[in-house]
Design a binder for this molecule. Structure first.
Ligand SMILES: *[C@@H]1O[C@H](CO)[C@@H](O)[C@H](O)[C@H]1NC(C)=O
Ligand SMILES: *[C@@H]1O[C@H](CO)[C@@H](O)[C@H](O)[C@H]1NC(C)=O
Ligand SMILES: *[C@@H]1O[C@H](CO)[C@@H](O)[C@H](O)[C@H]1NC(C)=O
Ligand SMILES: *[C@@H]1O[C@H](CO)[C@@H](O)[C@H](O)[C@H]1NC(C)=O
Ligand SMILES: *[C@@H]1O[C@H](CO)[C@@H](O)[C@H](O)[C@H]1NC(C)=O
Ligand SMILES: *[C@@H]1O[C@H](CO)[C@@H](O)[C@H](O)[C@H]1NC(C)=O
Length: 939
């Protein structure tokens, strides 16, 4: 693939480089009486007005204090002071061309090339009967070819290369008897080449390349006896090339590459085209022999005969061409070549001292790589011998070709080692030696090639350690060492190559040890393949820093432990294969939440627990979890047993909503009560217990009608979440313009009503300043007379506790977890925490030792203001303080556990209950003790 690129770029070079036009020619003039030089001034000003983009401020000189003949880009005839040349090329102009240009009737030259003009080329251009040069290449002009140009009898040059013109090539152009250059390349022209073009008897330059033409090259083009430059590459032409075309002796560039043309090249081509400098016939369906006469076209600089059906042999007299720089014979023939042919040809090129690029890829060459390769030109920058049957070893002399930037030896039968001398090729950017039989170690001199950006050595028999010196190749973008016999650990230094962006492939080797943490430095890498090695240990969490990874293959190793949660950061991951390792733990839910994953293979590990059923886990052909014995759940097609925990939960969610909420609530209330009592007692406060002044009075009372209005009639546009127990709508309360979230309970769902009661109960009883998110509840009947129950929360666009997104058992556990954390820390989940931590990790990190630092001081001080005497009695309360601490730690631990990011890691309802009961028992103990103490103290 890369092999054809140089040719295409060369073609581009040719057709653009020959564009430059000697502008100042033209003279003389007849007088026009209809238009005056004031007309010209007006026309120029209108032209200027339609070109708003003028980054170089060319038009600042187009002002009233200067005569328009002195404006930049304007040249007038001396006699009449009328505009003769309008040259605004390469000025970064953006705008369109005004029809007023047609008023500049003395205009001979228009050059607007290399700007950003758009819109149509105005047909008024046809009024410029003196026009000779019309040059607008590299703009964005649209519409059809301005056929009115054919009204300009003197037109010599038409250059509209690289615009967005479409439609058919106009037949009328054939009438332009003075035309010497017709350049229409790189547009969207369609249809055939009009045979009328054969009437352009003065044409020297014809460029129609890079269009969507059809049909064959008209025979009439053979009449263009002045033709020097013929550029018809890549424009959809088919059929035979008219023989007469090969007889136009003036031609120096003959390019018909990349079409569907066929036929054979005339044997005397080198004589009939004696001025030939560039011959490009690559990418067609030519057959027959390569004319040996080519060696007679002694001015030949570039030859592209690639990708055709020529039959050998390759002419070995080409080496006599003194100026030959490029020879591209990639895939140029069918059939096989004799063993000596490659050697003879390469030998013959030793006199081609200007040779820069030699491509003999995919040519069935046999035999050993000749040592004469070392005698090729010093100027050689590209040497491509890929896809042949070349044997033997890479000659040491390869190190002589010090200017090589591309060396392709891949897909041959080379043996031996990579010579140390390769390190002398310090200009090398691309080195392909893959798919050979190369053995021995990779020479450490490879590290001398610091420009290297692609190194492909896969599918050989390379041994030993990956050379540490590779880490000097700091421009490396793609490194493939897969399918070799490399051993030992991967040197951590390799992962310092942050230049690696396309790929790093080390698969199918015998690499051992852990994957170094430094892998996280590969922050630009898109593909990492470590599969089929003997790597072990944990997958380093740092891998999550490789944030642009799209493909990650780690299968067939001995990786252990869990999938790091940092994998969540792999936002672009498309294919992830971790199969055949020793990974365990739950399958993280975020894998199912990923929007990028298209293919996931977790098979043959030791994962347990629930298979998610979202995202990639929805499509049975997009993922695999086979060979993990302890999995459950997931989509039906998996035919896994239902998760026991989940089944339990489902049954119990009713239970959980009914019981958990009520119970946790009561336990929490109890705890709050207890804690404040304890603390109260510790502070020697008197009998005032925390008096729960009912908050109901502070809740606004909302009716069904009000909620109906707030949510636009519970419209689907307002729906922000749906779950088993109900739906959550966003609403706007009319009364105080507050945005709220309204959770409408689905009362048909068994358990919903209980859930509602429980939640309402919770709202009513728990009073805490951190609980501001709950606004009120609404219970009544709807307009149809059915029961209606809803909870109204403060709307939090991003804080969103499974309340807005998913209403699930896990989601509810999460809500309660966060609720607990909020209540006991006095912090909101939306608060900023150091290091971007969440409330969850903020608390988690502080437990258990620093619990007193994170607990909301208000909890501890709630009653203090009413208690002037703040002195404590440490001696008598130390035990209780530590018990309180332990109690707080336990509660917060429940909060942490319930609010774990991955739902599967969250504590379930039963676990919470058990924990709460334990705490309650401890607390009650403390209270009892407190009561005793109080008794003693008070009385
Ligand atoms: C007109 O353009 C000329 C040339 O750029 C400049 O020197 C002159 O200051 C300009 N005059 C005004 C009035 O802008
Ligand atoms: C110049 O050309 C425009 C558009 O083609 C036309 O409308 C206008 O009348 C012309 N101006 C003069 C002075 O002839
Ligand atoms: C064509 O114009 C674009 C910008 O409009 C520029 O980037 C590009 O280099 C130009 N092409 C050539 C061949 O000059
Ligand atoms: C070419 O020009 C000749 C002479 O003017 C004319 O007869 C013929 O029709 C033209 N051919 C085409 C294809 O336009
Ligand atoms: C190279 O050129 C020299 C001098 O013209 C000639 O003697 C020699 O045979 C040529 N070598 C090849 C391989 O053509
Ligand atoms: C590679 O570089 C080292 C250090 O500059 C030098 O000693 C060695 O000769 C070089 N090897 C090759 C093959 O150029």
């Amino acid at each position: 693939m890369f092999l054809r690129l140089p040719v295409t770029s060369l073609l581009f070079f040719i057709f653009f480089s020959t564009n430059t036009i000697g502008l100042v020619t033209a003279a003389m003039g007849s007088t026009s009486f209809r238009f005056t030089n004031e007309t010209d001034r007006q026309a120029l000003l209108v032209i200027k007005d339609l070109i708003p983009g003028d980054p170089l401020r060319v038009f600042s000189s187009w002002n009233h204090s200067l005569h328009f003949c002195d404006w930049q880009g304007v040249i007038c005839g001396r006699r009449h002071q009328r505009v003769r040349v309008l040259n605004l090329s390469s000025l970064g102009l953006v705008g369109s061309l005004s029809p007023h240009v047609g008023n500049l009737t003395f205009l001979r030259i228009i050059d607007l090339g290399d700007n950003s003009f758009n819109g149509k080329i105005p047909q008024e251009i046809g009024r410029l009967f003196r026009l000779q040069y019309f040059v607008v290449w590299n703009n964005s002009f649209q519409g059809e070819f301005p056929t009115n140009l054919t009204h300009c009898p003197d037109i010599r040059v038409i250059n509209v290369i690289k615009n967005n013109l479409r439609g058919k090539l106009p037949i009328e152009v054939g009438l332009l008897s003075s035309l010497s250059s017709l350049q229409l390349a790189a547009n969207h022209f369609t249809g055939p080449i009009p045979s009328s073009f054969g009437n352009l008897s003065t044409l020297r330059h014809l460029s129609l390349a890079f269009n969507n033409l059809e049909g064959s090259i008209p025979l009439e083009l053979g009449q263009l006896l002045k033709l020097e430059f013929l550029q018809l590459s890549q424009c959809g032409l088919s059929g035979f090339v008219p023989t007469l075309l090969y007889n136009i002796s003036s031609i120096n560039i003959f390019s018909i590459a990349e079409n569907l043309l066929k036929g054979s090249l005339p044997p005397d081509l080198g004589f009939s085209l004696p001025n030939l400098q560039g011959l490009y016939v690559g990418g067609n369906q030519f057959y027959g022999p390569i004319p040996a006469s080519l060696a007679n076209a002694s001015g030949l600089v570039q030859i592209d005969i690639s990708t055709n059906y020529f039959t050998g042999p390759i002419p070995i007299n080409l080496g006599t061409l003194p100026d030959l720089r490029v020879f591209n014979a990639f895939s140029f023939l069918i059939g096989t070549n004799g063993g000596d042919e490659l050697r003879n040809f390469l030998n013959s090129l030793s006199n081609s001292t200007k040779l820069e690029s030699l491509n003999l890829g995919n040519d069935h060459f046999k035999g050993p790589l000749p040592h004469s390769i070392a005698n090729l030109s010093d100027s050689l920058t590209e040497l491509v011998l890929v896809q042949n049957h070349i044997t033997g070893s890479i000659p040491l002399g390869i190190g002589n070709l010090e200017n090589l930037s591309l060396l392709g030896l891949s897909e041959n039968m080379l043996t031996g080692s990579i010579p140390d001398s390769i390190g002398r090729l310090t200009q090398l950017r691309q080195l392909y030696i893959y798919t050979n039989n190369i053995s021995a170690e990779i020479p450490s001199s490879i590290g001398n090639i610091t420009q290297l950006s692609i190194l492909a050595l896969q599918e050989n028999m390379l041994e030993g350690r990956i050379p540490v010196s590779l880490s000097n190749c700091t421009n490396l973008q793609a490194l493939d060492l897969g399918d070799n016999r490399l051993t030992d650990m991967i040197p951590a230094q390799i992962f310092g190559l942050s230049s690696l962006s396309q790929m790093l492939v080390l698969s199918n080797n015998y690499l051992i040890g852990v994957l170094p943490l430094e892998v996280g430095n590969l922050q630009n890498l898109e593909l990492l393949d470590l599969s089929e090695n003997k790597l072990s240990g944990e997958i380093p969490a740092s891998l999550g820093s490789c944030q642009v990874l799209e493909y990650l293959f780690m299968e067939g190793n001995f990786f252990q432990s869990t999938i790091p949660t940092s994998f969540k950061q792999l936002k672009g991951i498309q294919v992830l294969d971790l199969s055949r390792n020793n990974l365990s733990g739950h399958i993280p839910r975020f894998l199912g939440e990923s929007t990028s994953i298209q293919n996931l293979n977790l098979s043959y590990n030791m994962f347990d627990g629930e298979v998610p059923n979202e995202g990639v886990f929805r499509n049975i052909s997009a993922f695999s979890v086979v060979g993990n014995k302890k999995l459950c759940g997931g989509i039906k097609a998996l035919q896994l047993p239902a998760c026991p925990t989940k089944a339990f939960k489902q049954r119990k969610t009713l239970f959980s909503h009914r019981v958990i909420i009520a119970t946790t609530t009561s336990v929490i209330v109890l705890l709050l009560l207890c804690l404040s009592m304890i603390i109260y007692r510790i502070r020697r406060s008197s009998q005032q217990a925390s008096s729960a002044s009912p908050l109901q009075s502070q809740y606004p009372k909302l009716s069904y009608a009000e909620l109906l209005q707030a949510t636009n009639g519970f419209s689907s546009a307002n729906l922000i979440g749906e779950g088993r127990y109900g739906s959550v709508y966003k609403g706007l309360l009319n009364s105080n313009e507050q945005i709220v979230a309204v959770k409408v309970l689905n009362l048909q769902q068994h358990g919903a009503n209980t859930s509602f009661m429980a939640e309402c109960e919770a709202l009513r009883t728990i009073r805490h300043r951190n609980l501001v998110k709950i606004i009120t509840s609404c219970s009544g009947i709807d307009f149809k007379g059915d029961d209606f129950k809803a909870l109204v929360f403060e709307f939090m666009p991003n804080g969103k506790y499974g309340m807005g997104s998913k209403i699930s058992a896990e989601g509810d556990m999460y809500s309660y977890g966060v609720l607990l954390l909020e209540m006991f820390t006095g912090k909101r989940p939306t608060n900023m925490f150091i290091n971007n931590n969440s409330l969850h990790s903020y608390v988690k990190m502080s437990l258990p030792d620093r619990v007193m630092e994170i607990v909301d001081p208000h909890i501890l001080l709630e009653e203090e203001e009413e208690q002037p005497n703040r002195s404590m009695q440490p001696s008598s309360s130390t035990t209780n303080i530590s018990k309180v601490e332990a109690c707080l730690v336990s509660i917060l631990q429940i909060g942490v556990s319930c609010s774990a990011e991955s739902p599967s890691e969250r504590m379930d309802a039963r676990g919470v209950l058990m924990e709460l009961h334990k705490i309650r028992d401890v607390t009650l103990g403390v209270m009892a003790e407190g009561r005793q103490n109080r008794g003693r103290n008070d009385f």
